[in-house]
Design a protein. Structure first.
Length: 382
C-alpha cells in the first residue's frame, strides 16, 4: 500500500472513514466483546488491542478482515480518553482495491448496534447517523445546526422535507435503503411541512435549497470537486414506505465524488499505514527484510561518508603541512633550502650608492687649487 499522503491530499479510493462519539461508560468492553465474537465466527481474521501510552493517550483496536472472498481490509479504531460528553472514536479502513460500498461497514464490525446504541453519535452535532433526526423547533437553532452540518466533512448530510405529516410507513430512515458502506455515514434531517421556509432560510447561505416535498444533499466544506446543488436535489420523495430511489441515487453519486481528507483523517491514515501492529507471518518477514535493507543502505552511506571524510582530512593535513613549510622557508621534502640572496630593490641600491659617496667609497670632487691625490705605485709590468 502507498505511504502517508501529503497535506490536503484527496481521499484515496481504497479508504473508508467514519467518526463518532460513544456516550456510555463501557466503550472498551463493547469493542472487545464485538471483536471477539467476530473472530470466533470468523467474520474477521483477527484483532489486536494496543493500550494507551504516554506518547499516545488513545486506546487503539486493529482488525483484519476479508471481503468479496479474498480482498483484505485493515481497519484501525482509536478511542480517545473519556470526557463528560463521552469518548470520541475515529475509524479508518483500507482495502487492497477501491472500496465498494456494498461491502460490510467497518463501523458495524467494531460496534454491536443491537447491544449498545450509545456508540453512534455525531461528535459535532450530537445527532445519530443512520436515523431520522427532526429539525429543531427554534429557527435560530435550525440555522446553527445547518452551519455545523455544512462544516462537517465526515458525514453526508441530507435534508428531507415532508410534504405532509407522515405515518409509520414514512418513518423508515433513508439508511435502510442505502448500501452497507453508507449506512453509518449518512445523517438524515427531517423538516416538517411547516418548516419548509425555515429550512430554506437556513440553507440559503450554503448555496442549496430543498424542494417542497423533496430532499437535498449538503455540499460540506469544502464542497467536493464536481458538486452542483441542482444535481443533488431531489424534487419529490415519497415517504410511503417504498424505496426513495432518486434520493438513494443522489446520495450514492455524491459519495462517489472526489474529495479531500477531512481534518484528522490524514494522521489516522498515516498511523494505519505506518504504525500497524497486527501483522501476519509473511508481513513480519517482509518487514524484517525491509529493515535489513534499510540498515544495509544506512551502513553503506556511513561507509562512504567515512571514506570521504578521511580523504578530506588527508588533503587538509597535506595542505597544512605545505603551508607551514612555506611559512618557515623549508620545502615539503625536508631538505634545507639553498642559500639565496634576495634581490635588492632600487631604493636599497640608491641608498648604498649615496653611502659610498659620503664615506669615501667613491671619487671626490677637488676644490680649485687643491693638488691631485697621489696614486699608489703599481707593480711594473713584466
Amino acid at each position: 500500500m502507498a505511504t502517508s499522503p501529503p497535506p490536503h491530499a484527496p481521499l484515496p479510493p481504497t479508504v473508508w472513514l467514519a467518526r463518532g462519539r460513544h456516550t456510555g461508560d463501557r466503550a472498551e468492553e463493547t469493542l472487545r466483546r464485538a471483536l471477539r465474537r467476530l473472530r470466533e465466527s470468523r467474520d474477521i481474521d483477527d484483532f489486536l488491542e494496543v493500550p494507551a501510552a504516554d506518547s499516545s493517550p488513545d486506546v487503539v483496536f486493529e482488525s483484519r478482515a476479508r471481503v468479496a472472498g479474498d480482498v483484505t481490509v485493515r481497519a484501525r479504531l482509536s478511542l480517545s480518553p473519556g470526557t463528560d460528553e463521552g469518548r470520541d472514536w475515529l475509524l479508518v479502513a483500507e482495502a487492497e482495491r477501491p472500496w465498494d460500498q456494498g461491502w460490510p461497514s467497518p463501523a458495524g464490525m467494531f460496534w454491536e448496534r443491537e447491544q449498545d446504541d450509545e456508540w453512534h453519535r455525531d461528535a459535532a452535532t450530537g445527532l445519530r447517523p443512520g436515523e431520522i433526526n427532526p429539525l429543531p423547533e427554534d429557527d435560530k437553532a435550525v440555522r446553527r445546526l445547518m452551519r455545523d452540518c455544512a462544516r462537517d466533512a465526515w458525514h453526508v448530510h441530507v435534508v428531507v422535507h415532508e410534504a405532509m405529516t407522515t405515518d409509520e410507513r414514512g418513518r423508515v430512515p433513508l439508511a435502510h435503503w442505502l448500501p452497507p458502506g453508507l449506512r453509518h455515514r449518512v445523517v438524515e434531517h427531517r423538516a416538517t411541512p411547516q418548516q419548509f421556509r425555515v429550512a430554506n432560510w437556513a440553507l440559503r447561505e450554503h448555496g442549496v435549497q430543498v424542494p417542497r416535498g423533496g430532499a437535498v444533499v449538503l455540499p460540506g466544506t469544502p464542497a467536493p470537486e464536481g458538486w452542483d446543488g441542482d444535481a443533488f436535489a431531489v424534487r419529490a420523495v415519497f415517504l410511503d414506505g417504498t424505496e426513495p430511489a432518486g434520493l438513494v441515487d443522489a446520495v450514492t453519486r455524491f459519495d462517489a465524488l472526489p474529495r479531500a481528507l477531512p481534518d484528522g483523517a490524514r494522521e489516522a491514515l498515516t498511523a494505519l499505514r505506518e504504525d500497524w501492529h497486527l501483522l501476519t507471518l509473511a508481513e513480519e518477514l517482509d518487514r524484517e527484510r525491509a529493515l535489513v535493507a534499510m540498515y544495509a543502505d544506512a551502513l553503506e552511506a556511513m561507509t562512504k561518508s567515512r571514506d570521504l571524510y578521511r580523504e578530506a582530512a588527508e588533503r587538509a593535513h597535506e595542505a597544512l603541512a605545505a603551508y607551514q613549510d612555506a611559512a618557515s622557508g623549508t620545502p615539503a621534502t625536508g631538505k634545507p633550502p639553498s642559500p639565496r640572496t634576495a634581490p635588492a630593490s632600487p631604493i636599497q641600491h640608491l641608498t648604498r650608492t649615496l653611502e659610498r659617496l659620503k664615506g669615501g667609497g667613491g671619487v671626490k670632487s677637488r676644490r680649485p687649487g687643491e693638488p691631485a691625490p697621489e696614486r699608489e705605485p703599481t707593480a711594473p709590468d713584466r
